[in-house]
Design a protein around this ligand. Structure first.
Ligand code: DC
Length: 220
């Protein structure tokens, strides 16, 4: 089974994806990690994340193990990493270079320890539209910018990252604009995606909503 969960940053995709992956014994592929890895690599090597040819080279050389290594860096999940990821993800050559890696994963999905999984939950921006248009079930998760900024700010504060709510909101708004206005694979729901607005939902309500839809699909 392939499930895709797309939507803007901090809408609740990650929590939902991990919960569904665990419940249905599916591998979880956080596709944003690929763009974060390429963006961070550019920043760490002093390169401009908007230089398309250099970013394409970094994307072509990316491996899963290199991505996992970069994910340990403190800036991988910081605003610096998020902004760099958003910039490289707007470059068509980078998206093309990372597409096969994402699509191939569903042919032989495995957990982090290498054991086979029943399928995959993709978490990203274009996984239901470009990466896996043939997915069994697609969700498009949204929440208001204020709610998302509040969640992200709480995450940063818990990790001891020094920032303000206003800064987080401004950063998310800029990323939303870049993600939805880019020419290649802009952020938008697949026509057959189920829309899920989590602004007023608890995590449990969000999971219950998705589980109901998936169980119905599995029973059919
Ligand atoms: O989900 P995230 O915040 O880790 O994603 C980081 C950036 O990567 C985000 O600004 C948009 C981009 N991205 C993308 O363009 N396509 C994906 N499938 C996943 C992420």
């Amino acid at each position: 089974m392939i499930i895709t969960i797309d939507g803007p940053a901090a809408a609740g995709k990650g929590t939902l994806s991990s919960a569904l992956a665990e419940r249905y014994h599916l591998a979880y592929f956080d596709t944003g990690m690929l763009y974060r890895a390429v963006g961070l690599e550019m920043v760490l090597s002093g390169q401009n994340p908007e230089d398309e040819n250099l970013a394409e080279k970094a994307a072509k050389e990316l491996t899963f193990s290199k991505m996992m290594q970069l994910s340990q860096h403190p800036d991988f999940r910081s605003q610096v990493g998020g902004t760099a990821a958003s910039k490289v993800s707007a470059l068509p050559k980078v998206r093309r270079a990372l597409l096969k890696m994402q699509q191939d994963f569903s042919l032989n999905p495995v957990f982090a320890d290498g054991t086979p999984a029943n399928g995959v939950v993709y978490d990203g921006r274009d996984t239901g539209t470009v990466v896996c248009p043939h997915a069994d079930i697609k969700f498009f998760v949204v929440a208001s910018p204020e709610v998302r900024a509040k969640r992200r700010f709480a995450e940063f504060t818990a990790k001891g990252i020094d920032t303000t709510f206003e800064q987080v909101l401004a950063d998310l708004t800029a990323r939303d604009k870049r993600d939805s206005e880019r020419s290649t694979a802009p952020l938008k729901p697949a026509p057959d995606a189920v829309l899920l607005d989590t602004s007023k939902m608890t995590i449990q309500e969000e999971i219950d909503f998705a589980v109901k839809i998936i169980d119905k699909y599995l029973e059919a």
